[in-house]
Design a protein around this ligand. Structure first.
Ligand code: IP8
Length: 252
């Protein structure tokens, strides 16, 4: 297995979360170019933004099973995935879409089953797997939302990547107006009230949901980094090992 890096790009970087299915095409094109430059050994995961969250909310998918909600939510986020896959292809990468609805099973909203073998094989063959937050079948609840962050942490636990980086629309974790260089579980009580939600509709918990996932991952021995993917060049720099934004680390 090659050395792997996992990059997640948040839905608020790729879309206007306040307007249904509104893609920020300039950002998508720039991000695809940056990702394509560092594509070797990379797994890309993206959030849903206004593709997915609005449908999930309209169909109350986190509260009740809705066949129509499953279809419409999935169809929507697949559209955004298609924009990224096409953008990456145009930039010379070899992207392949992976849809969690078809490959992941949840139990009470948490991943119970997700085969990582195909992802590893793709990376080994020089392909760039592109996963996304999605709706997925849930053994207990019928269907639930699986966030891109949860996919990242599941993959990272299984694959122990060299780097886990999460590109957001913020410079990192902000506390009292400053970007924290690192966050550990023991910092949570102090910073919790200042961890923001998200602009627009978000059914998976914004920055709080992200920090919860990443601290659990850090406890399992894998640190990660939250950085601002809206700043041109940052993706390449962070993937190259530069220390921007906030590191999420295990207990000191
Ligand atoms: O944007 C959510 O994924 P996220 C997926 O990574 C859906 O939280 C379909 C709402």
């Amino acid at each position: 297995m090659k050395e792997i890096k996992i990059l997640k790009i948040g839905g608020s970087v790729l879309t206007d979360k306040t307007r249904l299915e509104s893609a920020k095409m300039d950002a998508i094109e720039r991000i695809c170019a940056e990702v394509a430059n560092c594509r070797r050994g990379l797994i890309l995961v993206h959030g849903a933004g206004s593709f997915g969250h609005i449908h999930a909310k309209n169909f109350s998918l986190t509260e009740e099973f809705s066949p129509e909600g499953v279809l419409e939510t999935h169809r929507s986020v697949v559209k955004l995935n298609g924009l990224l896959v096409e953008g990456l292809r145009v930039c010379g990468a070899s992207p392949v879409p992976i849809h969690p609805l078809s490959s992941t099973l949840l139990r009470d909203g948490r991943i119970d089953l997700m085969e990582v073998g195909p992802v590893v094989e793709m990376v080994d063959r020089g392909l760039l797997p592109v996963l996304h937050g999605d709706v997925a079948m849930d053994r207990r609840r019928g269907a639930e939302i699986v966030s891109g962050d949860q996919l990242v942490t599941h993959l990272a636990r299984a694959l122990r990547p060299k780097l886990v980086a999460l590109g957001t629309a913020a410079d990192g974790v902000i506390f009292n107006g400053e970007v924290l260089s690192a966050v550990r579980r023991e910092d949570l009580p102090r910073i919790w009230s200042q961890l923001g939600g998200s602009d627009g509709v978000d059914v998976t918990g914004g920055m709080r949901g992200k920090i919860r996932e990443l601290l659990d991952l850090a406890d399992a021995g894998v640190s990660s980094r939250i950085f601002n993917a809206e700043r041109p060049g940052m993706i390449e720099r962070v993937l190259g090992g530069e220390r921007g934004g906030t590191a999420v680390e295990g207990r000191a």
